[in-house]
Design a protein around this ligand. Sequence first.
Ligand code: MN3
Length: 230
Amino acid sequence: MRRLSLLVATLVSLALPAAANEAAKPFGLPPLPYAYEALEPVIGAETMRLHHTRHHQAQVDGLNAQVAHFPELAAMSVEQILAKISSYPAAVRGNAGGHFNHSLYWQVMAPKGKGGAPSEALSQAIVKTYGSMDGLRDAFAKESSTLFGSGWVWLIVTNEAALALTTTPNQDNPLMDVAAKRGAPILGNDLWEHAYYLGYQNRRADYIKAWWELVNWQEVSRRFEAATKK
Ligand code: MN3
């Protein structure tokens, strides 16, 4: 017992520097809910590794760096920051947006065959708004094609609890108070070249089409239910 308590004390002291470090860096890189190679062949392991450990990590680091200039950010959730993003400069906008967007992107994907199916309520909403799942896929592709350059395409729940599609430039998203079309994002796809270039080069439309095989409908349904209950 004495040995155990000594062990616990040692572990606690070892953990302390890490905990102090966490306090200084309020935002952290979330681990992927699957292995880097788990989304192959639709998205390759190298693309996933670079995207997560370089691109997303850089945005987490960039957001933490902004806390020095805006200390109140440390006590805010990313969603709270996005809701008043017009009060902040581009460095906060790009990094907070990027951190939220990528965190969602990892979660709304799953290995092929593991994403399940839309819930009954989400299925009904998709049929009501887009006629069918194929109708949603076509509308999503069409919406994506309207984005010139880098950004994101989103399926959102509007304030009227309806489904809608929108794109946002750069690392903007529909939770930002500057967004042209606001709502709760339940599904989003990264349309930056770094998300697909190694596998698809300039064929962005092919990536968007193949990407449907990865959609985690359980997670998208969970987000739909949360957004429509508000
Ligand atoms: Mn990206």
